[in-house]
Design a protein around this ligand. Structure first.
Ligand code: NAP
Length: 311
């Protein structure tokens, strides 16, 4: 399992938050002899060239994939099938083809039929991100101490899986392997449902006639602003996540609605014990996340606060 994390030529299809972060980290750690990327607009290509992180930026996905040893699609989930079709005839035999999509079952369904059998298809999902997007939003440290989940289809070359695992480990990530269906179920509750709830709450607050918009913003530190960060995430990316992980999200939403009904009933009946027990259980989950190093215990998520000056 001492596979090399280095690739002669790395092609990143898309240079947004995730593609741009992979490029920066791969460059910083010397993981690619050459990095080539794509952008659809002339303006974005000019900006990427100006940043000076990659060796080449081109308009054509097929041209970027041509001759690359590792090709990673860093684009919205819904665009991966058509792009796989576009690059299929240009892939080098023995190349590893991967992606970073937040849904995995749909990626396998949409990409695999287009890819030639001479390439190794190993889908991946780095569970790391921010609400920002575009070529300036990436940073080399994004993946450090975060999980990257690989979902290799049955029968894929074990050496290719090891090489991709080594690549992600060299970017700073901890790597785990799962089936696509299990990935989609786990992420439905840990990521997709929380985003849906944040999108709902922020939309609901926006529509409240009795509470003005300026009051919502003014008093947002009461909890609302933590939802607004999540609800500021890219609309294209999240539209594609919900369209492509429909079954798992609907299953989790069903359970969520039942639990919400239980809490609603406890509030209506004045059942303080039920509320207390529920909140005590959820507080322990937060502590567990801090204990395993997936978030900081700093008060108020580490936001700076004014200090009282000592006399
Ligand atoms: P982003 O910053 O918005 O970047 C998206 C990139 O995709 C841009 O370079 C855009 O290129 C390109 N693109 C969009 N539509 C395309 C199409 N039809 N054909 C070719 N290129 C296209 O998004 P991101 O956050 O990096 O997300 C990319 C992928 O990472 C998504 O699949 C998402 O599910 C996954 N992911 C995101 C996060 C997160 O927190 N953001 C975390 C883990 C995984 P142009 O500049 O030409 O528009």
């Amino acid at each position: 399992m001492n596979a090399s994390p280095k690739f002669e030529r790395l092609a990143l299809i898309g240079f947004g938050l995730i593609g741009g972060s992979i490029a920066r980290a791969a460059r910083a750690h010397g993981l690619a002899g050459e990095i080539i990327t794509t952008a659809r607009s002339e303006k974005t290509r000019a900006r990427i060239a100006e940043l000076g992180i990659v060796d080449r930026v081109v308009a054509s996905n097929a041209e970027a994939a041509d001759g690359a040893d590792l090709v990673i699609l860093c684009i919205p989930v819904g665009a991966c099938g058509p792009v796989a079709q576009e690059i299929a005839g240009h892939l080098k035999p023995g190349a590893i083809v991967s992606d970073v999509g937040s849904v995995k079952g749909a990626i396998v369904r949409d990409m695999a039929p287009h890819l030639p059998k001479e390439v190794h298809f190993v889908p991946a999902h780095p569970v790391a991100g921010t609400e920002n997007s575009g070529p300036d939003s990436g940073f080399a440290e994004l993946f450090i101490n975060r999980w990257c989940i690989l979902t290799p289809p049955e029968g894929v070359d074990a050496g290719a899986v090891d090489r991709l695992r080594a690549f992600w480990a060299a970017l700073g990530a901890k790597v785990e392997i799962m089936t696509p269906d299990h990935h989609d179920l786990v992420l439905a509750i840990t990521s997709h449902l929380p985003h849906l709830i944040a999108y709902t709450i922020v939309g609901t607050a926006d529509e409240l006639a009795q509470v003005t918009e300026s009051e919502v913003i003014k008093f947002s530190a009461g909890g609302f602003r933590d939802f607004t960060r999540i609800a500021a995430s890219d609309p294209t990316m999240w539209r594609d996540v919900f369209l492509n992980n429909k079954d798992a999200v609907l299953e989790m939403l069903g359970t969520f609605n039942e639990d919400l009904a239980k809490l609603t009933r406890a509030i209506r009946r004045g059942d303080g014990q039920a509320l207390f027990d529920h909140f005590a259980r959820t507080r322990a989950i937060r502590r567990g996340i801090v204990e395993i190093g997936q978030d900081s215990a700093a008060p108020d998520f580490g936001r700076p606060h004014p200090q009282i000056k000592q006399p």
